[in-house]
Design a protein around this ligand. Structure first.
Ligand SMILES: Cc1cc2nc3c(=O)[nH]c(=O)nc-3n(C[C@H](O)[C@H](O)[C@H](O)COP(=O)(O)OP(=O)(O)OC[C@H]3O[C@@H](n4cnc5c(N)ncnc54)[C@H](O)[C@@H]3O)c2cc1C
Length: 385
């Protein structure tokens, strides 16, 4: 499996600072986790924290954070893409508490987030002091129409911190170990290139990738979403842009645009979804290809026209990452269609930064029979225990 981080999807500005020690594959394990993004790492760390006697191994096809988690924009959003869901609780506070208990420092800041819009919606902008107010041009005046709970994280620090916590708590982490197939049985077997591993329970968190394995094929739509970052600005320039309060922002109407400030005053911008090629495999998309190049050119043009401060903005990074959507926009959080001892978690529809950790801890508790799965996460209505 190619190392997507270096090959085709470009390089995000985040730094992932974790390398697991070399280990030999165990013959068997209590819980096997497939995928080393926020979901898999949070589930692994939480499992070991609350049940140190449970053995846990995590298998990542490439390197930790190679998927969406190491490529995300890192906006900390409340609830889910489908809004609040029964039993979900407070996602922002819940995740902040989990990160704190796991000792993960990822520069989590929750100053709130701006919802921005054009047209009629923007004719009644939220009343905020001028130096905190976005007033940009993007097919019409783009202004703040609402403030919602939210903020930002440093994705590199969150991936690394969760991996360090999982490792410190005793998870065996294997990089460059794609799970090629699973034989579902009373004790299921994961097929890896280095050998086979039997597991009592298996959690699959591969999200927009390996959907045959997760049982999500035909249940979710995979896409590659694009992001780019501009070089750092001065505080005075940020003030003129209305960003001095460091609140992330996203449009509530189309064409979609989102962004956030980073600690060095660079800005990450996002817009644009690339559909999978005929193979259906997002790994075959090259961001240097025609579709993605056109979208980057259009994003860069839009950003430069938003405000005079950005007119000669220099773009330092361009990258893409996998993202998956369900029709009803709620996450997939369910038993695997093939086994009651298999679990699937993912498909957050671009809303997974906080939700993945919140639900990662929840699924850990489900695997220990301490909590139930929610109805809204079901992926196979025909499934019966
Ligand atoms: C550009 C971009 C911007 C985003 N911005 C935001 C945002 O601002 N706010 C927000 O809330 N959400 C955002 N998201 C979404 C958010 O990043 C994701 O929902 C979240 O990271 C999902 O984490 P995950 O662990 O479920 O999946 P991933 O991080 O994708 O992890 C899945 C892992 O599984 C591995 N894998 C795949 N197949 C196999 C296999 N066969 N065997 C072993 N391992 C395998 C992959 O290599 C990958 O590392 C964004 C996503 C992208 C791509």
């Amino acid at each position: 499996m190619p190392d997507v981080a270096r090959d085709r999807w470009g390089v995000a500005p985040w730094r992932i600072d974790f390398h697991p020690p070399e280990l030999s594959l165990p013959a068997s394990i209590d819980v096997a986790i497939v995928g080393g993004g926020f979901s898999g790492l949070a589930a692994a760390a939480w499992l070991r924290l609350i049940s140190p006697q449970t053995s846990v191994a995590l298998f990542e096809a490439s390197h930790i954070g190679a998927g969406a988690s190491g490529r995300t924009g890192g906006l900390a959003l409340a609830e889910s893409a489908a809004g609040d869901l029964p039993g979900l609780g407070d996602v922002l506070a819940g995740t902040a508490g989990i990160l704190q208990k796991l000792g993960v420092d990822c520069d989590l800041q929750l100053p709130g987030a701006w919802e921005i819009a054009r047209g009629d919606a923007a004719s009644q902008p939220l009343s905020v002091p001028a130096r905190f107010a976005i007033d940009w041009r993007d097919s019409g005046a783009l202004r703040v129409v609402n403030e919602v709970p939210g903020g930002t994280i440093d994705p590199g620090k969150m991936v690394s911190g969760l991996a360090q916590a999982a490792h410190r708590l005793g998870t065996k982490i294997f990089e460059h170990q794609p799970v090629r197939a699973i034989e579902w049985d009373s004790q299921s077997t994961l097929k890896l290139s280095g050998g086979n591993v039997r597991a009592k329970k298996i959690l699959i968190t591969t999200s927009a990738l390996s959907m045959e394995l997760s049982g999500l094929a035909e249940r979710v739509q995979p896409r590659l979403t694009l992001a780019a970052s501009t070089a750092p600005l001065s505080d005075e320039e940020l003030s003129r842009l209305g960003l001095i309060e460091r609140k992330p922002f996203y449009t509530v109407d189309l064409p979609y645009l989102w962004g956030r400030l980073c600690s060095d005053n660079s800005i990450v911008w996002g817009a644009g979804l690339v559909s999978p090629p005929e193979s259906g495999d997002l790994r075959d998309i090259d961001i240097a290809g025609a579709d993605a190049s056109r979208m980057f050119a259009s994003l860069e043009r839009r950003v430069r026209s938003l405000h005079p401060v950005l007119a000669s903005a220099r773009f330092t990074h361009r990258w893409g990452g996998p993202i998956s959507f369900r029709e009803n926009w709620s996450p997939a959080f369910a038993h695997h269609p093939r086994s009651h001892d298999g679990f699937v978690l993912g498909a957050y529809a671009g809303h997974g930064v906080m939700l993945s950790v919140h639900l990662g801890a929840w699924v850990a508790e489900v695997m220990l029979d301490r909590r139930q799965l929610p109805e809204w996460g079901r992926i196979d209505p025909a499934y019966r225990r």
